[in-house]
Design a protein around this ligand. Structure first.
Ligand code: SAM
Length: 223
């Protein structure tokens, strides 16, 4: 695939390479903590007929959503064709009756209709972008969600103090170094997503913090 953003080729190749090992690497570093955080608030999601999912990677979350919301249709966008191949495989194993469209694209260049979705799913995804990019892109992505719709967000946060903060800094710098090496990730530090969402006037409806303050799962209402 040719890209508008030159660095996307390196990222795509990197995620293609990582796709097969992704789940094992995650288990090695975090055990089942990321899986639990991913699914933590799924049963609290508001009613949705149509969801937009960005960067689900190997398809574990889209499959879980389609199991729990069998009538929900999804559009799932990912930069990596190998990740999408795994998603296709996982989804073919059964799930819901809703349609799932897989789109191979860079979300920075994609054109989607405004107010077409009941919610957008951003799970361990926003950390792929720098804050300046997110300030530009998030409003465009949120514009695809109907008023009164929602954002399902799961990602890392920096624990506030003590040994948890030391552990958090260590884990996050390890991950940033690893992804910089493998995918050319430019981010060197975690964006404060909670603060960024406040500037976008997203209203937090429910949240859950896990893994000793390192991971936050939340549902936000889009006004
Ligand atoms: C860190 S992985 C997270 C995967 C999954 N969401 C999870 O919970 O583990 C990031 C995913 O986003 C995709 N991705 C990264 N940058 C992207 C972009 N600009 N456009 C679309 N997908 C992207 C990668 O291919 C990868 O599948």
């Amino acid at each position: 695939m040719t890209h508008d953003h030159p660095e996307a080729t390196e990222a795509e190749n990197g995620y293609d390479r990582l796709s097969r090992w992704y789940q094992s690497l995650e288990r090695m570093l975090f055990g089942s903590a990321l899986t639990r955080a991913r699914y933590q608030l799924l049963d609290r999601l508001p009613q949705a007929d149509r969801l937009l999912v960005f960067g689900d990677g190997d398809g574990r979350l889209t499959r879980e959503i389609s199991r729990r919301r069998p009538d929900c249709s999804m559009v799932s966008v990912d930069l990596s064709s190998e990740m999408l191949r795994l998603q296709r495989q996982r989804l073919s194993g059964g799930g819901g009756h809703g349609s799932i469209e897989l789109i191979h694209a860079d979300v920075r260049s994609i054109n989607l209709d405004p107010k077409d979705f009941d919610g957008i799913v951003l799970v361990f995804f926003l950390d792929c972008f720098r804050r300046a990019e997110l300030e530009e892109l998030l409003p465009l992505w949120l514009a695809t969600v109907k008023s009164g719709g929602f954002v399902y967000f799961v990602d890392f946060i920096m624990p506030e103090a003590g040994w948890r903060a030391v552990r958090g800094r260590f884990m996050l710098s390890l991950m940033h170094c690893f992804f910089r090496w493998q995918t050319g990730l430019e981010n060197r530090r975690l964006v404060d997503f909670t603060e960024l969402f406040k500037t976008l006037r997203l209203e937090c409806m429910v949240e859950h913090v896990s893994s000793h303050g390192l991971i936050r799962s939340a549902i936000y209402r889009v006004s």
